[in-house]
Ligand binder design. Structure first.
Ligand SMILES: *[C@@H]1O[C@H](CO)[C@@H](O)[C@H](O)[C@H]1NC(C)=O
Ligand SMILES: *[C@@H]1O[C@H](CO)[C@@H](O)[C@H](O)[C@H]1NC(C)=O
Ligand SMILES: *[C@@H]1O[C@H](CO)[C@@H](O)[C@H](O)[C@H]1NC(C)=O
Ligand SMILES: *[C@@H]1O[C@H](CO)[C@@H](O)[C@H](O)[C@H]1NC(C)=O
Length: 405
């Protein structure tokens, strides 16, 4: 059959113009976002003095300390890097104390097997184009979702906002100049797009302007393109709305250590009924500069957030938390199978359940001490639970199970 094209039903020229306009429009959109992606990658992947390929596939760029992304922030243009904290807090627990049954080998980042970053550079995990494309938008890349404040006090005790579920302990009512904890490290099974983490938080301010500084480990495929357990820091100054990010993804955190890469994988991992591996994390406010420092293990301090980022933490935070969080995006259907911690309930105890131990706060005089009173915030005990025994706070669970359908 022969097709007849009728010329009388409209101008083919007009049609062509319309097609042209429609395509130009989508081309422009595509180019804008391509351009945005390229600009972001250019901003994140700074020229490297040396590049190290980690055995796990990560590319680590050693970037001059003054070329790190923080200095793209207009307010930090003239910032002089504080190379080390003026006074670390003095400790309550013996740093060398090791639990019985604990492997003492310290936890390394794999990339260090293949090289070092020179003095005055910092290791930055390179961001791939696909990492950005997996985010809901270029703007949201590297950010936690809106309205996910782990706020046990606020009225929206939040019937698990957007599927975020917590099993943690908190201290409130004091002036908290920092927090510290030892946490064992696991590699929980996590569904695509969801995450599972263990971390500490120091927070202050009203929900809409909440300041929070955070550090821990997580498994987060959407951010990292794999299911490895990775070190992270996080911050926000508006309750996760538009400011802040993980690691060095936005200008804010100033790294000084050439030993540790944020976002790099942590190894080895604890095994069920086998060796347990732990990391120590500490954040605290430098009494001289007011900057919020982060320390990982006994390594040289990682870096800091400038004091000016956090007006509501000027006199310390008002809430500190330690524990686990997952996101369950299937919140209207069956519960996710994403695990928290080891994926086992706290009742199983040492060697089987995940924990944070020796939790401490930093007081106004820069001393570490055990919090006077802790309370629990445990949003779904049938899916993930929490219990204490001595200095151990056990938490976690399997997610979906007969009691958590
Ligand atoms: C940085 O220093 C320059 C030169 O001293 C000055 O003009 C500028 O205002 C400063 N910028 C900020 C953000 O402080
Ligand atoms: C991680 O991903 C790998 C490869 O996709 C898979 O074989 C492995 O089972 C996953 N591990 C966990 C704990 O989900
Ligand atoms: C989400 O819930 C629905 C309905 O209960 C279920 O059919 C589906 O398998 C669940 N999806 C995941 C990823 O668990
Ligand atoms: C959660 O842990 C508490 C304290 O150990 C325990 O009493 C409770 O039975 C547990 N809940 C579930 C659902 O396992």
């Amino acid at each position: 059959m022969k097709a007849h094209v009728s010329m009388s039903h409209g101008s083919p020229a007009l049609l062509l113009v319309m097609i042209f306009l429609c395509c130009i429009e989508s081309m422009v959109q595509a180019t804008t976002s391509q351009l945005e992606v390229r600009q972001l990658l250019k901003r994140l992947n700074k020229p490297a003095i040396k590049t190290i390929k980690s055995p796990d596939g990560d590319i680590i760029d050693c970037v001059h300390i003054y070329h790190q992304p923080a200095f793209d922030h207009p307010l930090l243009k003239n910032h002089t890097v504080q190379m080390r904290p003026s006074i670390p807090p003095s400790g309550l627990y013996d740093e060398n104390e090791v639990a019985s049954n604990m492997e003492t080998s310290s936890i390394h980042q794999l990339w260090r097997q293949n090289g070092w970053c020179p003095e005055n550079t910092i290791p930055i995990k390179r961001t791939k184009k696909d990492d950005v494309l997996r985010a809901s938008s270029v703007e949201r890349y590297g950010k936690k979702s809106h309205r996910t404040i782990p706020n046990p006090i606020s009225s929206y005790m939040q019937e698990i906002v957007q599927g975020h579920e917590h099993a943690l302990v908190y201290a409130q009512g004091g002036f908290y100049y920092g927090a510290k904890a030892i946490m064992n490290v696991w590699n929980p099974k996590v569904e695509q797009n969801e995450f599972s983490l263990t971390q500490l938080w120091v927070m202050g301010g009203p929900d809409e302007l909440l300041d929070s500084v955070e550090a821990g480990w997580h498994v987060y495929q959407n951010l990292h393109d794999d299911n490895k357990t990775r070190l992270f820091t996080y911050w926000t100054q508006d309750g996760y709305q538009s400011t802040g990010c993980y690691n060095l993804i936005c200008p804010g955190f100033i790294q000084v250590s050439n030993e540790v890469a944020l976002g790099a994988a942590i190894e080895p991992i604890s095994t069920y009924d086998g060796p347990q591996y732990e990391i120590t994390l500490q954040v605290w406010k430098d009494p001289k500069t007011g900057n919020w420092w982060v320390q990982y293990e006994n390594l040289s301090p990682l870096g800091y957030w400038p004091a000016s980022l956090f007006p509501f933490l000027t006199n310390g935070g008002s809430l500190v938390e330690w524990g686990g969080e997952v996101v369950n995006y299937n919140f209207s259907g069956q519960h996710t199978t994403t695990k928290m911690g080891s994926g086992h309930f706290p009742g199983e105890g040492f060697g089987k359940a995940s924990y944070v131990r020796n939790i401490q706060i930093v007081d106004q005089s820069n001393n570490l001490q055990a919090p006077q009173r802790i309370e629990t915030f445990n949003t779904r005990p049938t899916c993930y639970n929490l219990s204490h025994a001595d200095n151990y706070i056990y938490f976690g669970g399997p997610g979906k199970n007969p009691n958590c359908p």
